[in-house]
Design a protein around this ligand. Structure first.
Ligand code: MF3
Ligand code: CO
Length: 272
C-alpha cells in the first residue's frame, strides 16, 4: 500500500466513538531484526538533531544547518536522510522558524537572536524510516516562547506515556490536547502524527486532538510518530508560497517536538 497517510491531514477529523472497529489491520508490525535496525536509525537521528541544535546561533543560515545534518547522517554507514526526495522534498531537514509550523525548506534565511526554529529530521536505514523533531531557541527568546517549548515537550511526554499495546490512538490525542490547552496554548489541529516504517507516513494518523477510548487499537511492535505542533495564538494554518511550508494563520509562534516510538507490552520504547 503506497499511500501518503495525511501527515498534513487538512481534512482530518479527530477520532470519535465508534468510527473505527477494533481491527488492527493496517498497522505494520516489526520483527526483532527490524527493531534492531530501527534502533540504529533512531540513534543516528537523535544524535543528528542534538548536533544541529548546537549549531543554532544567530547568524547561521538554515541551509548551513541542513548541510551539516546531511553530512552527519551520511558519515554513518548505511544511513541516509529520509526526507530527501520524499514527494519531491529537496532537503535533509525541515527548518520551521517562528510562525512556521512545519516543512520549512532550508535556504538563505539567516537566523537572528530571539527566533525559534524547529529542526525536523528523518533517518532511513535498511529501508526503515525514523522521524523526530526538536525546537531550539536562537540566542535569548521571550518567556512566552520558552513556555511554549515547555508545554509542547510536556504534551509530547504525555502522549508517549499513553502508548502501550492495546491503547487507542485517541488516548494519545487526548493526552496531548489536554496538556496544551490546559496551559492556555493551542494545538495546530490540522497537523498530525502518523504511523511509519516502510514509508515515512502510513496508517494510522495520530491526531493531536481527540477523545480517549477512540480510534485504532495499537498492536505490539508497531511504530508511530507522535508530534504535537502548537501555537501561542489560535488554531489555524495557511500554506507558504513554496507549497511546503505551513504557517499559523494568525502569525503566532509555533513549536514542534516529535518522537518515533515502538509499541511494547508495558508501554513504548522511544526510538528517536
Ligand atoms: N515530521 C514531518 C512530518 O511528519 C516530516 C516531514 S518530511 C517531508 O510531516 F519530507 F515531508 F517534509
Ligand atoms: Co512526522
Amino acid at each position: 500500500m503506497d499511500v501518503l497517510w495525511c501527515f498534513l491531514s487538512k481534512n482530518h477529523k479527530p477520532y470519535t466513538k465508534n468510527r473505527y472497529s477494533f481491527s488492527v489491520s493496517g498497522f505494520q508490525i516489526f520483527s526483532a531484526e527490524e527493531i534492531e535496525a530501527l534502533r540504529y536509525a533512531g540513534q543516528v537521528l537523535h544524535e543528528c538533531i542534538d548536533y544541529v541544535g548546537k549549531l543554532v546561533v544567530p547568524g547561521i543560515t538554515t541551509r548551513e544547518l541542513d548541510r551539516a545534518a546531511e553530512a552527519f547522517i551520511r558519515k554513518h554507514e548505511g544511513a541516509e536522510p529520509a526526507f530527501m526526495g520524499y514527494h519531491g522534498y529537496p532537503a535533509t531537514l525541515c527548518t520551521s522558524v517562528n510562525e512556521e509550523c512545519v516543512h520549512g525548506i532550508p535556504g538563505d534565511r539567516v537566523l537572528k537572536e530571539g527566533d525559534i526554529i524547529a529542526v525536523d529530521c528523518g533517518v532511513k536505514y535498511k529501508g526503515l524510516n525514523t522521524d523526530a523533531c526538536k525546537s531550539f531557541p536562537v540566542g535569548n527568546i521571550s518567556p512566552e516562547a520558552h513556555r511554549l517549548f515547555d508545554v509542547t515537550i510536556a504534551a509530547l511526554d504525555a502522549g508517549v506515556a499513553a502508548v502501550r499495546k492495546g491503547a487507542r490512538v485517541g488516548d494519545i490525542s487526548a493526552a496531548v490536547q489536554k496538556t496544551v490547552e490546559g496551559a492556555g496554548f493551542s494545538v495546530v489541529s490540522a497537523l498530525t502524527g502518523h504511523g511509519l516504517g516502510k514509508t515515512l507516513h502510513q496508517f494510522p494518523d495520530v491526531p493531536n486532538v481527540g477523545e480517549a477510548g477512540t480510534g485504532p487499537v495499537l498492536p505490539l511492535h508497531t511504530l508511530i510518530a507522535i508530534e504535537p505542533i502548537t501555537c501561542t495564538g489560535k488554531d489555524g494554518i495557511v500554506d507558504g508560497k513554496d507549497l511546503w511550508t505551513i504557517k499559523t494563520r494568525d502569525g503566532s509562534l509555533s513549536a514542534h517536538f516529535e518522537h518515533t516510538v515502538l509499541v511494547t507490552e508495558e508501554g513504548c520504547e522511544v526510538i528517536a
